[in-house]
Design a protein around this ligand. Sequence first.
Ligand code: ADP
Ligand code: MG
Length: 696
Amino acid sequence: MSQRPFALDPIFRAQNSLAGVGPKIAQLMEKLVGGPKIWDLLKHLPVDFIDRRYAPKVSEAQNQKIATMEVTIGKHSPNARRGLPYRVAANDDTGAMTLTFFHANKDWLAKQLPVGEKRIVSGKVEYYQGNPQIVHPDIAPLSQRHTLETVEPIYPLTQGVTNKILRKAIQSSLGFVPKLPEWLDPAYKKQQRWADWHEALEDVHNPPGENGLSPAYPARQRLAYDELLSNQLTLALVRYKQKRKSGRSFAGDNALRNKLLTELPFSLTGAQERSLQEIGDDMESELKMLRLLQGDVGSGKTVVAAMAMLQAIECGAQAAMMAPTEILARQHYEGLKPLFEAIGVRVVALTGRDKGKARDTILHQIANGAAQIVIGTHAIFQDAVQYQDLGLAVIDEQHRFGVHQRLALSEKGKHADVLVMTATPIPRTLTLTSYGDMDVSRLDEKPPGRKPIDTRLFASDKIETVIHGLQRQIADGTRVYWVCPLVEESEKMDLAAAEERYDVLKHFLGEDKVGLIHGRMKPDEKDAVMARFAAGELSILVATTVIEVGVNVPEATIMVIEHAERFGLAQLHQLRGRVGRGGDQSYCFLIYSGPLSETGKERLSTMRDTEDGFVIAEKDLELRGAGDILGTRQSGSLEFKFANLAEHAELIAAARDDARLIIDKDPDLKSERGEALRTLLYLFERDQAIKYLSSG
Ligand code: ADP
Ligand code: MG
């Protein structure tokens, strides 16, 4: 079966095939809901709810209740200052109230709410200084009194698509929803008291009350579970098929690994030993390794990777290690080369920068096996690169690569084992949804001797205090990172431009002490500056977020982050991880521009209060959502429309267990339930899974 089931055709049709949806609206709607199909429209869920059944007089309107009232519009009081709301007075014969608007469009409000006329307003009543008010009320003319729905779900909207238009389109879409064979396990469905799929869709778009918007609402749960199950089935299938492509055991005799251990100036942490044991067992087994090594910044992943690579080399195979950036690839290479050479292992670097003859030589060495270890960027897995015998592929900082790259990579080698390393501690639920095909090892213990990083918050008007403090520190030989969000002054926002900051710091701290590194520099320019900083020629490195990933300068002990409120938690954590790598006390100064939003405050105080990457990651998920945590490239495959990773943790775990059981019992999805599950995979367009099923 490589054909989409016919039953799905009606909802896979374009939105402009709906009555009343012309090309212009269709275009806007497609952008709004994230896809052109009727099914995409059905995935667009209401976020709010107007209940017009409660229609009190103004003086009787109860606090915190959603109410609909007929009022006469009074005086408009435009916002006196930016940031203050625009208020409109209104009243009926029992009392007065206020309609409040933030970021108001004056002209629009004047048209919608003409002074002296009557309007029907709906929304949540909130008492403010003793008076009832509604923030951003829904507004309708009296003439609509009889056509207004008494309960109306409200969708996220865009300019040109009103709730009325969208709701009508979604209601007619519901008419095209087919009855599909049930793919849920009957016992589980019964236990959860879930309705059939088509009924659940109907239900989420016609909720009986505000509770229908909650992630705990049964219809929402069912649809979320379906989506998660399609995701987990895909991962379980990938896992199953990848593992089956096996037959290679890399046992090794420990000779090289033991030699490396004697070369290292430290002994391994318990967590490193444990992870190496897990990796070693995987590589020794006949099954292909698909393992994720999670470890906070500075937890010592590199040496674990080096040991794993040596295990492959001991068996006569090659190993490759891919980093996401040129700088990182070079740094891994420079760091590992002396160690490998000391034990007689030949290593080459290959990045996009290598051209012409030099590149040909490297390719030749890779092809004939003269290069035992290859370290580089994604260049090492381009078609032109042929390995003599790739046994292990290591991918560093995986969250910057997509699942497809991960797979392409492992297909380079005949049955090559795959070790993925990520420095972003990932919340449990996200590990399941994006790495569910893998086994996980954790470096949950930092190398000894690290002092906690002292993190402090500064409002931006205290920036001079910070700079004066640095003057003293630098005189004592301290090295400092100074991170700014953008390269050049943007006209719209007062971003602290790195170049400007560079000039200011040079002025205060000395021309020859300050370096600048940013994304628009050429790779060798960047490397040159980085090298001067690492060597101690520069005391301060002003940087945009190019230094975000992996760069290791143990002597750097101060991290200053400007406009910290503009960074995500995971990013701040990564940045802070650049310091605290040596034995000295390190500091992180988070400079913010107020006023901070509630979320902004929570983010920064989380940073101040903990260094536990796992705690930070959970908080990040709660405050921001999944796409942001993993970075944009991968978020496409992770964009859940029904499921909410912060709210549906239990469903994720259940879907994962369900999926693994299904695939263990029926890997080709041939049973009756299997057939229904295929429909589910088509419904959510899980191409990877469908490809695997078709190829058998
Ligand atoms: P990351 O996990 O961020 O990639 P690295 O592998 O770069 O961390 O290691 C960070 C630093 O810790 C390096 O300087 C490394 O040499 C050092 N290191 C690694 N393991 C240990 C250990 N067991 N004891 C002491 N230092 C270690
Ligand atoms: Mg690293």
